[in-house]
Design a binder for this molecule. Structure first.
Ligand code: KG4
Ligand code: ZN
Length: 357
C-alpha cells in the first residue's frame, strides 16, 4: 500500500510517500518538509495569509520532489491523503484541494486526515506499537492528552483552556527579545539560568481533571520582566529557567492525572507517547520520563523530524485508515476546527480560538 500525504495546516509545506507493508509496518519512501520560518520571522509568529500564499507557491514542487525521491508515479499510489484540518483554513484549503485534484485526475481514493490523528498514529509508523496508548501532544497549536484506542477511536482526556504550550514558549521568548520560534531559544537560555529565582505559578496543579492552562504563567513572566526592565542577560536566563521549570512541573502533574484517567477507563496503556515541537525540549522530556517510570509505562518519543509537522505522518494516517476501508468523497470539507474526539466538549474557562481545537 503506497500513500502520498500532504500537510499544510500551519507553516510547514510538506509531502511524503509512505508504504504500509502487509505485516502492518511502515516504510518512509520520501519525506519533504519546507518550514516557512523565514517567511514569518519578521512578524514573531505565523501570519495565516502569508502561510496560505507560500503553500500555493511551494506545494506543487514539494509533491513532485516527494514522488521523485520515492521513485514512484501517481498511477502506483493506493491513495492520496491530506490533512483536512484542524488548522489555518487558507493552508488547509490549499493542501486538500491539491490532494483532491490528484485523486480525481488519477482516479485514486482520497483520504481527509485529521492533523491530530496523524500526530497520534505516528509512533506506529516508527515501531510496532499496540493500541491503546496515551498521547501527549504539545505544539504551537495544540496541547492535549489523548487516549488512542484504535484507528479513528480517540478520547481526549485533557486539553489547554487557553494558550498552547509551544505558543506560551513563543510568547515568553518574544517578550524577552529572543527570536522566533521561541521554544528552542527559551530552552537554550534556560540552561545557564537559576530556575528558583522566580516562584512562578504551577497552573492547574492538583486539579482532578487533566487540563492545562498557560496564560496565567505567561502573564506572571511578563509582569516580572517589566518589573526588572531593562533586562540584563542574567535576568533573561533566570526568567527562562524559572518559566521552563513551572511548565515542567505543571506538565508532570497534568500527565500524572491524565495517565490515572486513562487507566480508570481503558486499563494500562502500552506506552506514553509524546509528540509536537515541545517534545524536543530536554527538560520536558526529563519530566515525562519520570512520569512514565512512576506509572510503570514506557515513554516513546518519535524522532524530532516526525514529532513536528510533516507529510509522512499524514500519509501514514491515510494508510492506517485505508487499511480499515476508510476513504473520503470529493466533498470532504476543509476544517479550521476539527475535534479528534467528537464527544469532547469545550472545557470550562476555555478562551482561545486556536489552541483547543
Ligand atoms: O509541532 P510544531 O513544529 O508545529 C506546530 O505548532 O504544529 O511545534 C512548534 C512549536 C513552537 O511553538 C516552538 O516554539 C515549540 O514547538 N518548540 C519548543 C521547542 N522546540 C520547538 N518548545 C520548547 N522547547 C523546545 N526545545
Ligand atoms: Zn502539528
Amino acid at each position: 500500500m503506497l500513500v502520498l500525504g500532504i500537510e499544510t495546516t500551519c507553516d510547514e509545506t510538506a509531502a511524503a510517500v509512505v508504504e504500509r507493508l502487509s505485516d502492518g509496518s511502515g516504510l518512509i519512501r520520501s519525506n519533504i518538509v519546507h518550514s516557512q520560518t523565514e517567511e514569518h520571522a519578521a512578524f514573531g509568529g505565523v501570519v495565516p495569509e502569508i502561510a496560505a500564499r507560500a503553500h500555493v507557491d511551494l506545494l506543487d514542487g514539494i509533491v513532485a520532489r516527494a514522488m521523485r525521491e520515492a521513485a514512484t508515479g501517481f498511477a502506483q499510489l493506493s491513495a492520496v491523503a491530506a490533512a483536512a484540518g484542524p488548522g489555518l483554513i487558507g493552508g488547509v484549503i490549499v493542501g486538500l484541494t491539491t490532494a483532491k485534484a490528484i485523486a480525481m485526475v488519477h482516479d485514486t481514493p482520497l483520504i481527509a486526515v485529521n492533523h491530530l490523528e496523524a500526530h497520534a498514529l505516528t509512533p506506529r509508523l516508527t515501531g510496532a506499537l499496540a493500541f491503546p496508548y496515551c498521547l501527549f501532544l504539545a505544539s504551537g497549536g495544540h496541547t492535549q492528552i489523548v487516549a488512542v484506542i484504535g484507528v479513528g477511536n480517540y478520547v481526549r482526556l485533557g486539553t489547554t483552556v487557553d494558550d498552547a504550550m509551544g505558543e506560551a514558549f513563543d510568547k515568553v521568548a518574544k517578550m524577552l527579545g529572543l527570536p522566533y520560534p521561541g521554544g528552542p531559544e527559551v530552552e537554550r537560555s534556560a540552561h545557564g539560568g537559576d530556575a528558583e529565582r522566580f516562584a512562578f505559578p504551577r497552573p492547574m496543579l492538583g486539579r482532578t481533571d487533566a487540563n492545562f492552562s498557560l496564560s496565567g504563567l505567561k502573564t506572571a513572566v511578563r509582569n516580572e520582566a517589566s518589573r526588572l526592565s531593562p533586562l540584563e542577560p542574567r535576568d533573561i536566563r533566570d526568567l527562562c529557567a524559572s518559566f521552563q521549570a513551572a511548565v515542567m512541573d505543571s506538565t508532570a502533574d497534568r500527565l500524572r492525572v491524565g495517565l490515572r484517567l486513562f487507566r480508570e477507563q481503558f486499563g494500562p496503556p502500552s506506552a506514553l507517547v509524546a509528540a509536537g515541537g515541545v517534545a524536543a525540549n530536554q527538560a520536558i522530556r526529563g519530566a515525562l520520563q519520570e512520569v512514565a517510570a512512576r506509572a510503570k509505562t514506557t515513554l516513546i518519543i518519535p524522532p524530532p523530524a516526525l514529532c513536528t509537522d510533516n507529510g509522512a505522518m499524514v500519509a501514514w494516517a491515510g494508510a492506517e485508515r485505508l487499511a480499515q476501508g476508510l476513504t473520503d468523497t470529493m466533498d470532504a470539507p476543509p476544517r479550521a476546527r476539527w475535534l479528534l474526539d467528537a464527544a469532547a466538549t469545550t472545557p470550562v474557562g476555555f478562551s482561545n480560538t486556536r489552541a483547543g481545537f
